[in-house]
Design a binder for this molecule. Structure first.
Ligand SMILES: C[S@@+](CC[C@H](N)C(=O)[O-])C[C@H]1O[C@@H](n2cnc3c(N)ncnc32)[C@H](O)[C@@H]1O
Length: 282
């Protein structure tokens, strides 16, 4: 069993983590692609490869879980040099089993060690990982150091109120046993943090608004239970490069990424999952 820096990371070694986060592997491919491409961060990824090409690009995914990104890249023909990293040995073992030719590696919570072991990549992708850190700003900085061209992320943001960085007060219950940090970052603080970086040239922020408090075992500051705080699932693209001005260009876009499957697609998925989805281990 992997050793982690604090109890806030232990839950990622639970078998339930693998089972739940492998959910997409039981989707029929057309629905998997449809659902995936509805997410704003995947649209950013798609645009990146369409504009820049993929065959001469390297991509690191930090917090890759069971590696479903590999399936997406394959199905789309994006043949970049992909490396997946995760702190969960259980998840990396499952990823290797599904994709024996894939490049997956277990790391500690400090993604800076990737530079030493594997170098840097043009594109760094990290979805729903920052919010689970005890030091989200440090984690973000380490992702910026890993990328030579672009970082694409998904995180949770709030428009109003300061970021609560205390994981005891902003957390989520997982797998009936563990608390994990669930940090909702204020968008203005995020822009100010990134604007101070010498190498951040452009920031594109796409918010899909929705109340975060109380759902899925989340224990959050009280104001995050109301829409007024402007909480969102937020996809972010950070372009690394020379700034044309002293501050980076910042673009803010609102776009819902709530999927609307048709009735037929939902029925297909339901039936498919009855046969494909494994039951939890006793
Ligand atoms: C919420 S899951 C998201 C998984 C996947 N990115 C997705 O969107 O389905 C978070 C994943 O990040 C991993 N993780 C958490 N902290 C990490 C860190 N500091 N470095 C690398 N991986 C981390 C966890 O083990 C877990 O697999």
């Amino acid at each position: 069993m992997a050793r982690h820096s604090s109890s806030f990371f232990q839950g990622w070694e639970d078998k339930e983590h693998v089972r739940i986060f492998d959910w997409f592997s039981y989707f029929p491919t057309p629905l998997f692609i449809k659902q995936f491409e509805y997410f704003n961060e995947i649209r950013l990824l798609q645009k990146y490869f369409e504009k820049e090409g993929s065959s001469d690009k390297s991509m690191f995914e930090v917090g890759c879980a069971t590696g479903e990104m590999v399936r997406y890249l394959k199905k789309k023909g994006y043949n970049c040099d992909y490396h997946g990293f995760d702190i969960s040995e259980q998840a990396i073992t499952a990823a290797r089993k599904k994709f024996p030719l894939g490049k997956f590696k277990t790391i500690t919570e400090n993604s800076r060690e990737i530079v030493e072991s594997t170098g840097k990549a043009e594109l760094v992708f990290s979805r729903d990982v920052i919010m689970h850190q005890t030091d989200p700003w440090g984690f973000l900085d380490s992702l910026l150091e890993l990328a030579t061209d672009t970082v694409i992320l998904r995180m949770k943001t709030r428009d109003k109120g300061d970021t609560c960085l205390d994981p005891e007060l902003s957390c989520q219950a997982h797998y009936d046993k563990y608390w994990m940090p669930y940090i909702v970052i204020n968008v203005d603080e995020l822009c100010a943090h990134l604007s101070k970086k010498a190498n951040v040239a452009e920031i594109n922020i796409i918010r899909s608004y929705g109340v975060l408090g109380g759902k899925n075992g989340r224990f959050l500051p009280k104001e995050l239970y109301f829409s007024e705080s402007g909480t969102a699932e937020t996809a972010i693209q950070i372009r690394i490069g020379d700034k044309t001005n002293s501050s980076p260009t910042i673009n803010l876009i609102d776009r819902s990424d709530k999927l609307q499957l048709s009735v037929i697609e939902r029925a297909w998925l339901k039936l498919w999952l009855v046969y494909k989805r494994p039951e939890p281990e006793a």
